[in-house]
Structure formats: structure tokens, C-alpha cells
Write a protein that binds this ligand. Structure first.
Ligand SMILES: Nc1nc2c(ncn2[C@@H]2O[C@H](COP(=O)(O)OP(=O)(O)O)[C@@H](O)[C@H]2O)c(=O)[nH]1
Ligand SMILES: [Mg+2]
Length: 342
């Protein structure tokens, strides 16, 4: 129908923009094109898209379903996308519908593989029960931002039972992803024992399970050593959930080894969290975080797009740089200008 409207007005080249009702109806029907549009809308930084995005989100949030949200993290090249393809096949084989929100390494400088994620997830990309949405990491390390939470909500309203978020393990991205998923799986390459110290420790603390990837061929003995190392490292860490013991799996996306076990672990853990009401409490806590992160981002947008602030900013910055004004007094002056806006 949109096409016919465009064709009937050939002189106006403005692209057809569906309204909130049409977008929501499309999402609820499971229309992927509408889902994609809605995700683009929530990701948009244009002020005129904000209220439309919020209306769509409000109505999608009202759709309640028992879903599973999984975060998959690890260094570039750890095998995340390939792993998601294998895990995804297990998931859709059970008749579940799967959405993948993937960091697309080809659109960021973080490296990783040269091929886009859609090529890594060939089967899923072509499967009617799966939806893959690559996200550029636009300014957010690891590719996840609070907007990812909004995208999850939209995917669930569109009928997806499982949502996987792929993120590059760089610290902050895990904290962000932990605030929006039920279960975090950390993927580690065989022999990456040094990752168990230092910054990677923080990532281990929020992981619910670890998979040592590429446990096939000549890498197998090394993977076995890494598994033992990871188990030892996990024993040193406080538990994430008191009821749940973190396990380490050996997996291969080439032979399929361990993939089914990982899926069972995720499914069973989430089901058990749901039975004990831990999942519901966790999701409420996550909504609260989303409230504050939304508030912060709205305040920031309004602040920096404020005319008075905009006009004063270069001068204040100059004064701070020339030591004639302290950064604190500068910030205060800008805030006062913002508060006095008409
Ligand atoms: N041998 C082997 N290679 C793998 C496996 N999984 C991924 N790879 C290879 O590792 C490279 C990086 O994989 P990719 O999924 O793009 O990693 P990502 O950057 O973490 O998403 C690719 O060349 C894959 O073919 C595996 O289970 N076994
Ligand atoms: Mg990838």
C-alpha cells in the first residue's frame, strides 16, 4: 500500500512515512519491515523522531510475553557471530522465533572480521523465524547503547521469543548489556588465559556462563586448558546470582560441539529465574535503569540543543582554556542559562 501512495504522487518525491498506528499494527503482525523502521526510529537522534518513537515504544511495551534475552560478548574474532548462527539454529529448531541485534564490525573501527555479520549468520539471515539487525556501534563502545533495550522491546512485540544481543567485550558495553538481558554468555578463545586477569575480570564478574570457542582440530587441547583456567578464575569471584553456579563450556561452531548444552543451560537458568520471580525483579530493575538513562539522554539532548547554551558555549570554553574561568563556574553558568530559557 505505501508503494501505491508513492506512485500516485510522483511529483512529490518525499518518502512515505507511516504513522504510529501503522507502525505499531505492522510490528504486532510481525512485519519485519515495520520492525526495522521502528528500530531506525528509536535509534534516530533527530528531535522530530523522538515523540513518535516514544509513542511506538509505549504501545509495544504493553505487549507482555515470556521471552528470553541473551547477551553474547567477547573480543573481536572470538567467534560470536558464528556462534550465534549455530545457537540460533538450535533455537529455531524448537519452533521459537529469534531476533539478533548484532554489532556489525564492518561499520565500526573495532575490527573483527571483514565480512558483515549477515554473512556470518547466513542460515539465520535467510530463515523466516529469524530476524537479524546489524547495529553500527555509533559512538558506543562495543555497539550497545540504551537504545538497544528499546530495540529488544520492539522485537518482542513483533513476536520474537528469544532476543540475542551481540556485543564486543570492552568493559562498558557489558555493563550496558547487563542492564537489558537475562543471561550473559562470555565467549573466550582457547589460550586467552591472560584475559582472565585485568580488565577482563570485570567482564567475567557479570557473565552467567563462559564458552571456550573454536574447540576443534588442533585447538582442542588448548581449549581444555582454558576451560580449567576459567573455572579456577570463576571460583575466585563472588556469585552473580546466589542460586546459579557459573559453568564453562567447550564449544565449536564448526562441529556443533557444546552448542546444545549452552542453549539448555541458558533456557533452564532463565526458566528457573522466572519460577523464583528473580527474572521479573531483574527486569523491573532494568526498567528503572532505562528510566534514568532515558532521562539523562533527553536532558543532554535538550541542554545542548538549547539556543542560549549553544550561543554561550564557545565563549565559556575559551575562558576555561585561558584560565579566566574554572570548569565548575563555566558549567554552572551554562546550566543557569539553560534554566532561564523561555
Ligand atoms: N575453527 C573454528 N573457527 C571458528 C569457529 N567459530 C568462528 N570461527 C572463525 O573465527 C573467525 C571470527 O568469527 P566471528 O564469528 O566473525 O567472530 P566475532 O568477531 O566474535 O563475531 C571467523 O573466521 C570464523 O570462521 C569455530 O568454532 N571453530
Ligand atoms: Mg561478530
Amino acid at each position: 500500500m505505501p508503494e501505491s501512495i508513492e506512485m500516485s504522487m510522483p511529483e512529490k518525491r518525499k518518502p512515505y512515512e507511516p504513522g504510529v498506528d501503522e507502525i505499531v499494527a505492522g510490528i504486532l503482525e510481525g512485519n519485519r519491515r515495520m520492525l526495522s523502521r521502528a528500530i531506525t526510529l528509536v535509534e534516530s537522534t533527530k528531535p522530530e523522531h523522538e515523540s513518535k518513537a516514544h509513542e511506538v515504544l509505549d504501545r509495544c511495551l504493553a505487549v507482555k510475553k515470556e521471552t528470553i534475552r541473551i547477551g553474547i560478548t567477547g573480543s573481536p574474532g572470538a567467534g560470536k557471530s558464528t556462534f550465534i548462527e549455530s545457537l540460533g539454529k538450535e533455537i529455531i529448531a524448537e519452533g521459537l522465533r529469534l531476533a539478533v541485534l548484532a554489532v556489525d564490525p564492518s561499520s565500526s573501527r573495532s575490527g573483527g572480521s571483514i565480512l558483515g555479520d549477515k554473512a556470518r549468520m547466513e542460515t539465520l539471515a535467510a530463515h523466516p523465524a529469524a530476524f537479524i539487525r546489524p547495529t553500527a556501534s555509533s559512538g558506543h563502545l562495543g555497539g550497545t547503547s540504551p537504545k538497544t533495550h528499546e530495540a529488544i522491546v520492539l522485537c518482542e512485540a513483533a513476536g520474537f521469543d528469544v532476543v540475542i544481543v551481540e556485543t564486543v567485550g570492552v568493559g562498558q558495553s557489558e555493563i550496558t548489556v547487563d542492564s537489558m538481558v537475562d543471561f550473559i554468555l562470555l565467549l573466550m578463545l582457547p589460550g586467552s588465559g591472560d584475559e582472565l586477569q585485568g580488565i577482563k575480570r570485570g567482564i567475567m564478574e557479570i557473565a552467567d556462563a563462559i564458552a571456550v570457542t573454536k574447540s576443534d582440530g588442533t585447538q582442542e587441547p588448548l581449549a581444555l586448558v582454558s576451560k580449567a583456567d576459567s573455572e579456577a578464575a570463576l571460583r575466585m569471584l563472588p556469585p552473580k546470582h546466589r542460586f546459579h553456579e557459573r559453568r564453562v563450556f567447550l564449544t565449536s561452531s564448526v562441529t556443533g560441539k557444546g552448542i546444545g548444552d549452552v542453549w539448555k543451560e541458558i533456557r533452564d537458568t532463565v526458566a528457573s529465574m522466572r519460577r523464583q520471580n528473580i527474572l521479573q525483579a531483574r527486569r523491573k530493575e532494568q526498567l528503572k535503569k532505562l528510566l534514568y538513562s532515558s532521562l539523562e539522554s533527553m536532558l543532554r539532548t535538550r541542554f545542548f540543543s538549547n539556543r542560549a547554551v549553544h550561543a554561550m558555549l564557545p565563549d565559556i570554553e575559551q575562558k576555561v582554556l585561558s584560565d579566566s574561568l574554572s570548569p565548575f563556574s563555566g558549567a554552572k553558568a551554562l546550566l543557569e542559562a539553560f534554566q532561564n530559557r523561555t
